[in-house]
Design a protein around this ligand. Structure first.
Ligand code: GGG
Length: 356
């Protein structure tokens, strides 16, 4: 029997609610596929911040380092500025554990209606690979005359050739593994950002030359936003910087029906450190406590964690159970047009999983 230590950070808002369902489904998958889970819960996030003035304790990263993977809900609270929650928890984890790949699939599943006209299941099936440790999210910059009328904020984007090449290489390997269109799109803005994005473009060209069997295109971020809406079927694997990837994956989530279906993995491909799996959505304070958040993104993120830990069969079974629940259309949360609760959706997925 395989055994895994998983650090669980439910975090804030609906993160707490959807992770409950994610854990339920992982336990059910564990029974079916002989996986012994040791879930270690860490009560970090905004409530912890209100009590201690920090999002997580000083030794948090050391404690997380002992785990095989991290399962995260969401961070964000209306009474705390978002840069505090992000820089206090999410970003240090991604950087410390060199989770330089953020893998975010966008798939239009059968039974889900896209807001785009004439898009059928299968028409949209892409994966955005977001650079996750540098770029526009680099913690480099500063203020001068902070708080005064003359205040200045400098925000540097950091694009290293090594950082760009390694994430782009991951995208090409994924295009080969998917073996769908064998196509990689690079997202750039080197017409306006003539340093960092030039390094990105050079890295892309250098990596592409090593993969003659993979077709490529390079799109400016503005054109890419347009094409995600206009012809999403043209994409297979998309590789983008930290900020561009973040923006594109919200579009990817919404054209495939709901933020509540968008799963993600923050991955250290070299497996030196724990990778972290989380729904793309945030803490959704507008619906917290109502029991109506869609847990499917958290469940599918748990599925990605299963795959990462070597349980492809369990991942596929869990995905089939989620897709079956969507297609049946009986137990869905309001974002997908249903009237069911978060808990009922978790139960429905488990029932299907156990039925096989
Ligand atoms: N579950 C993910 C989450 O809480 N996201 C909050 C957020 O704002 N993330 C920004 C980012 O991933 O860059």
């Amino acid at each position: 029997m395989a055994s895994h230590n998983i650090a669980v950070i439910r975090g804030d808002g609906v993160g707490v609610e959807v992770i409950e369902e994610g854990l339920k489904t992982l336990r059910a998958a564990g029974k079916l596929f002989e996986i012994d889970w040791n879930f270690v819960e860490h009560p970090w996030g905004s409530d912890y911040y209100f009590r201690h003035g920090v999002m997580m304790p000083a030794d948090a990263l050391d404690r997380l380092a002992e785990s095989d993977a991290i399962y995260l809900g969401a961070v964000g609270h209306p009474d705390i500025q978002d840069h505090v929650t992000l820089n206090g928890l999410l970003l240090p984890i991604r950087r410390t554990f060199d989770q330089y790949v953020c893998e975010r699939p966008s798939v239009l599943y059968p039974g889900v209606e896209s807001p785009l006209r004439d898009k059928s299941p299968g028409d949209i099936d892409m994966v955005v690979i977001r650079e996750n440790t540098e770029g526009e999210y680099a913690d480099v910059g500063g203020f001068q005359y902070a708080g005064f009328a003359e205040e200045v904020g400098i925000q540097a984007g950091v694009f290293t050739r090594r950082g760009c090449e390694r994430v782009i290489t991951y995208a090409f390997e994924l295009a080969r593994r998917r073996d769908r269109k064998r196509h990689v799109t690079s997202i750039t803005k080197s017409n306006a950002q003539g340093y960092g994005m030039i390094v990105w473009d050079r890295a892309f060209d250098a990596v592409a030359a090593r993969y003659p069997d993979v077709q490529t295109q390079s799109l400016l971020i503005d054109a890419a936003c347009m094409d995600f809406v206009r012809r999403p079927e043209s994409f297979d694997v998309v590789v983008a910087s930290n900020l561009f990837g973040d923006i594109l994956t919200d579009i990817g989530a919404i054209i495939t029906g709901s933020m509540g279906l968008a799963a993600s993995g923050n991955i250290d491909p070299e497996r030196r450190f724990p990778s972290m799996f989380e729904p793309v959505h945030g803490s959704a304070p507008d619906i917290v406590g109502q029991g109506i958040a869609n847990p499917m993104a958290a469940i599918l993120s748990g599925g990605m964690m299963l795959g990462h830990l070597g349980h492809a069969d369990a991942q596929q079974a869990l995905e089939r159970a989620v897709l079956g629940t969507i297609e049946a259309g009986e137990t869905l949360t309001p974002d997908l047009g249903g009237a069911s609760t978060t808990e009922a959706v978790g139960d429905a997925v488990i029932e299907r999983l156990e039925r096989g």
